[in-house]
Design a binder for this molecule. Structure first.
Ligand code: LMR
Length: 400
């Protein structure tokens, strides 16, 4: 029956995590997957989340099915977090938010919805992007194409080329954009670039689909939502998938959402109906514990500021590690430009290391990063940053 099934090569990110765990070398460093580790190298349990869970446990109660679209309080809080509580789009009822199984679940529900209702469209993703973007949209039946993004020469964005591509796309093309903390490069559009892009998206009648998995890890919760709010303020119709996996350190709870910001309430109601149907066909309804964590942390007068402070501390620790890695590398390899570590935002840095250099880092120095040269800066700490810099300098400075 299944002899024709092709072997699965494995996911490049998850496979690397498995290889890291199997590595017996005590000095190993995990800079592979986009997970925040604290200064002790542990996955943090945020006190805000812990307190929320204590309250949830104390409240007790049954565990019924949630509605297909998820918990109303959690959905309300998510829309407010994305757009600001008093945003006119929310007041006008033109935002349809559903709770999803992580933001991956949101991306997938949105992809299936779009294949059903914009079947002739293609999807455009940044070059490069998170590997799974392509897989997800192809899995929903889309043709997926790259648009110019990262400029290896300058370490910036090929913004003129990006705009020129957008101007050439057919109407209703779906354009996947990273709202902040671009994965894998850490290179974001500036506010001025968003402001220049938005009129083109509108004129060409493109559908922006924002991925917001790292809100709060760039410059702040509100700052990182700039693109979401700018698109909504400009009156565009768009999708945004957002995640709490990283920002609340609740990876396995699968706390995420998908929001469709529509032209008016009537359109939002139609979209909501079909999103509910899409969920019903995929996994029926989302998880109740995930909803309770999100609504308790975001809505509670004590827990919300605590969470915001915890998120700020994670963001600041990453920034400190960027500075520490930069300082060591410029000492070890004077004359080379490592400034990109300071200008890139969020968990990731794109080092420009070749796949061969990445292999040497892993094999000779037990430093794990994915083969594109992306490092997860949140895997660094004061204990391992020195030897990571030395390993990097060794493979940069000596030919393999
Ligand atoms: C990453 O890019 O490492 C994260 O988004 C985790 C994942 O699922 O790949």
């Amino acid at each position: 029956m299944f002899q024709h099934v092709q072997p699965y090569a494995g996911d490049p990110i998850f496979a690397l995590v498995d290889a890291f765990h199997a590595d017996p070398r005590p000095q190993k460093v995990n800079l592979s997957i986009g997970i925040y580790f604290d200064e002790q190298g542990r996955l943090p349990v945020l006190p805000s989340v812990q307190l929320a869970e204590q309250r949830i446990l104390a409240e007790g109660g049954p565990k019924p099915y949630l509605a297909m679209e998820g918990d109303a309080a959690a959905r309300r809080e998510v829309a407010a977090l994305l757009l600001g509580r008093d945003h006119a789009a929310i007041a006008a009822g033109r935002v349809a938010t559903i709770q999803t199984v992580g933001s991956s679940g949101g991306l997938k529900v949105g992809a299936d919805f779009l294949k059903a209702w914009l079947p002739g469209s293609a999807v455009w993703v940044s070059d490069p992007t998170w590997d799974n973007h392509r897989s997800m949209f192809e899995g929903s039946g889309f043709q997926v194409n790259p648009y110019p993004y990262y400029d290896a020469k300058t370490g910036g964005v090929r913004f003129d080329d990006l705009l020129a591509t957008m101007r050439s796309l057919p109407q209703r093309s779906i354009v996947l954009l990273h709202a902040c903390c671009h994965n894998p490069t850490g290179v974001d559009l500036s506010r001025a670039q968003w402001d220049a892009l938005i009129p083109v998206l509108r004129e060409r009648e493109l559908l922006p689909y924002l991925d917001l998995a790292y809100q709060g890890f760039g410059d702040g919760i509100v700052e990182d939502a700039y693109a979401v709010r700018a698109l909504a303020n400009a009156g565009l119709t768009f999708f945004v998938a957002n995640s709490f996996s990283k920002s609340m350190s609740v990876y396995g709870e699968r706390c995420g959402a998908l929001s469709a910001v529509c032209a008016d309430k009537a359109e939002a109601d139609l979209v909501m109906g079909q999103l509910r149907f899409t969920v019903r066909r995929l996994y029926s309804s989302p998880a109740i514990h995930a909803a309770k964590i999100v609504s308790h942390v975001l809505a509670d007068a004590d827990l919300r500021p605590l969470w915001e402070a915890e998120l700020a501390a994670m963001r600041e620790r990453i920034a400190a590690m960027r500075r520490a890695l930069h300082a060591r590398l410029v000492t070890l390899l004077p004359g080379r430009d490592f400034n990109y570590f300071l200008t890139q935002r969020g968990m990731f840095s794109y080092t420009g290391l070749s796949a061969a250099q990445v292999d040497r880092l892993r094999e000779e120095h037990a430093v794990y990063l994915i083969r594109s040269g992306r490092i997860c800066v949140a895997g660094l700490n004061n204990d391992n940053v020195g030897r990571t810099a030395e390993a990097m300098a060794a493979v940069i400075g000596t030919p393999g």
